[in-house]
Design a protein around this ligand. Sequence first.
Ligand code: NI
Ligand code: MN
Length: 226
Amino acid sequence: MKLTFFGQSCFLIETLGKQLLIDPMISPNPMASGIDINALKPDYILLTHGHYDHVADAETIGKQAGSTVISSYEVAGWYEKKGLKAHGMNLGGKYKFPFGTVKYVQALHSSVLPDGSHGGPAGGFVLWNEEACIYIAGDTALTLDMQLIPKTCPKLDAAILPVGDNFTMGYEDALIASDLIECNRIIGCHFDTFPPIKIDHDLVTKAFKDQNKSIILPLIGEDIAI
Ligand code: NI
Ligand code: MN
């Protein structure tokens, strides 16, 4: 399983011959100006929730690539009305797609679509197949429900957690989250894009190292093999 970071919470996952794009907000992000969204042809677009910093390019990319949107029932339905293919889910449900199984799990956060439509619950995804099992937390506070992930899903190989604070948990809570989900290989997201979520990379990296955990704070365009 190969991940490529495109800024904020956007990752491209390549696995079993399929491309999955997570939470695309690329063209409005000056830090991601080097990424050409016209070159992206994902088979699926996974949206954790409806906030603009997660969905900004979903319609454009979805239409150009004929992608299927996977999200909450409400967010998926909103994209279906725009003419995209969509697969709606709700919290606690899992479904076997051609690239693996996806479970839509609890996030403690809000969700509204760019036009003010109700986005349903905010969520995260656990994705697993023969290659790996990965947790994509989405925007969330630290929540005790994270303890259910190791009880209900295969052992995690890695987890993408928000660490920018203010709108989501910060790195201190992400450290506790990594205990709850029983995963010490963390990939940070939702940092540095806006002034309130700028982080001190050395401080965050050291805090994880001090607890014998690893965190990658990826550069935009950086590839990570899971
Ligand atoms: Ni959000
Ligand atoms: Mn966000």
